[in-house]
Ligand binder design. Structure first.
Ligand SMILES: *Cc1c(COP(=O)(O)O)cnc(C)c1O
Length: 228
């Protein structure tokens, strides 16, 4: 049987090869192990194999799992987020990948403000404008970043996207590239307090292409934990 440790080693090797092939430092790409639907013991197994950073999609699942996991893991929230659930994330997650509207940002600002802290976040962009996916449009991204940057308890660190599904990962490349171009435009606007140093893009089926297009965070679930 192939274990989580074996899968992780294989994914890490593929990340390194993709980065080196693209002339990038492999250390500039962080692996977010997406543990949604998987039990806490799988998180512990991955941690024992050297994985510290995990991504979760559902608030309730994250709060339940993070209460069980004893190892000092770091959690990112990567799923669609309702404002009324934000309060459960404060103090638990170090980065929210999926901020797609100002009202959500305002609630994150309020909750982190109550903790006296600052929340790192990414703005999610729906590059293909798919009705089934969250995210602001490429046209609105700069405006949203400017608005979010006004809120004192938030720090915009970059952008996130989920392209349409393709059997051939090459199909996703134009969407990854488009996200990078949006990030470059925003960076050129030099908005105070805004860093554009993170691009969260690439999943099990297409993370190598995402790395070639500049991903700094790849979100990989199935290739590590198996089919859900
Ligand atoms: C589930 C999920 C992933 C991981 O997808 P895999 O194909 O299992 O690697 C990445 N990002 C988001 C936003 C997800 O919901």
């Amino acid at each position: 049987m192939t274990t989580i440790a074996d899968h992780l080693a294989a994914v890490r090797l593929r990340i390194r090869q993709a980065a080196e092939g693209a002339g990038r430092d492999p250390a500039s790409v962080r692996l977010v192990a997406v543990s949604k639907t998987r039990p806490a013991q799988d998180v512990e197994a991955a941690f024992q194999a050297g994985q510290q950073l995990f991504g979760e999609n559902y608030v309730q699942e994250l709060t339940a799992k993070s209460a069980i996991v004893r190892s000092p893991v770091e959690w990112h929230f990567i799923g669609h987020l309702q404002s009324n659930k934000v309060k459960y994330l404060a103090g638990t997650v170090s980065l929210i990948h999926s901020v797609d509207r100002l009202s959500l940002a305002a609630e994150i600002n309020r909750q982190w403000g109550q903790l006296g802290g600052c929340c790192d976040l990414l703005v999610q962009v729906n590059v293909a404008q798919e009705a089934t996916k969250s995210g602001t449009s490429t046209e609105q991204a700069l405006t949203l970043v400017r608005q979010v940057a006004q809120l004192p308890h938030l720090r915009v660190r970059g952008l996130m996207t989920m392209p349409p599904f393709f059997d051939d990962p090459e199909g996703a490349r134009p969407f990854f590239r488009a996200l990078r171009l949006v990030a470059e435009q925003i960076r050129a606007a030099a908005i105070p307090g805004v860093a554009m140093d993170e691009l969260s893009m690439g999943m099990s089926g297409d993370f190598e292409v995402a790395i070639e297009e500049g991903a700094t965070l790849v979100r990989v679930g199935t290739a590590i934990f198996g089919e859900r």
